[in-house]
Design a protein. Structure first.
Length: 264
């Protein structure tokens, strides 16, 4: 009879080890499965959080942009409705306070003189000098050449004529602004045969800002065919205590400038 004690012992040990391995593997798989589910759940929660965060952030950003857009449009609409400033603020543009004395009559005379200079035309002398100066400038290639051009009689006649026409009506800074920003002589710088006549000039001091004067006037435009059409203008000016103009602007309500350009 064979001795099976050793065989049973060895086989039993192997079966026990297999059972332990199987049991460990089952536990390990279950643990791994649970860990995967937890990780997936965490990832899903994280995704939901970031999705919600992005959505919320987008809503906040859109709200900010919407409010900013409304404010911007509102400001532009108010400005477009008036065409000019209302004259009710005491902003940084004015250099005087309302309590300072303003020579009202002198200021009105100054504003009227500028309107008549600008809109009774065209100014043929200015156009002649301007064309000569611009023709000389066309040949300029360097800053040194331009500096030299400004010392020539052609350029000095051009700039001196502008000074003689307008400088006495403005402060120094106001004159520079009028030449470059308004700009001066704008309705005289066209070719062709046409005439402009300013009329019905009405100027009043603003009650809320004594530095400011507002005005309206008409300009009769006669084209090369002898046809006459009236165009409405309005504007405002900021005055200094000496009765000189610190800032002046026109609003071409009926677009005379475009009409002249189209006819020419």
């Amino acid at each position: 009879m064979k001795n099976t004690e050793g065989t049973h012992t060895s086989l039993d040990n192997q079966l026990k080890q297999l059972e332990q391995d199987t049991s460990w593997n089952q536990k390990h798989k279950a643990k791994l499965h649970t860990q995967l589910l937890l990780n997936l759940d965490k990832q899903e929660s994280r995704n939901r959080f970031f999705t919600g965060f992005k959505f919320t952030s987008s809503l906040v950003l859109c709200s900010i942009l919407l409010v900013a857009g409304v404010l911007f449009l509102s400001q532009n609409i108010l400005q477009n409705d008036s065409g000019l400033t209302t004259g009710t603020n005491t902003g940084e543009e004015t250099t005087l306070v309302a309590s300072e004395e303003i020579d009202v009559e002198k200021t009105k005379e100054t504003i009227q003189a500028v309107i008549e200079e600008e809109f009774n035309g065209p100014d043929k002398k200015y156009k002649e000098l301007s064309e000569a100066a611009m023709e000389a400038q066309n040949n300029i290639e360097t800053q040194e050449e331009f500096d030299a051009l400004q010392e020539t009689p052609i350029w000095q006649d051009y700039t001196d004529y502008m000074v003689d026409t307008y400088a006495s009506y403005f402060t120094e800074n106001g004159y520079d602004l009028f030449l470059t920003a308004t700009p001066a002589f704008m309705y005289s710088d066209f070719d062709g045969d046409y005439n402009l006549t300013a009329s019905d000039i009405n100027i009043s001091q603003n009650k809320n800002n004594l530095n400011m004067f507002q005005f309206t006037f008409q300009v009769d435009y006669e084209n090369a065919n002898g046809e006459v059409q009236s165009y409405s203008f309005e504007g405002e000016a900021i005055a200094s205590e000496e009765g000189k103009i610190e800032k002046l602007q026109f609003l071409d309500k009926d677009d005379l400038l475009a009409e002249i350009n189209e006819d020419i």
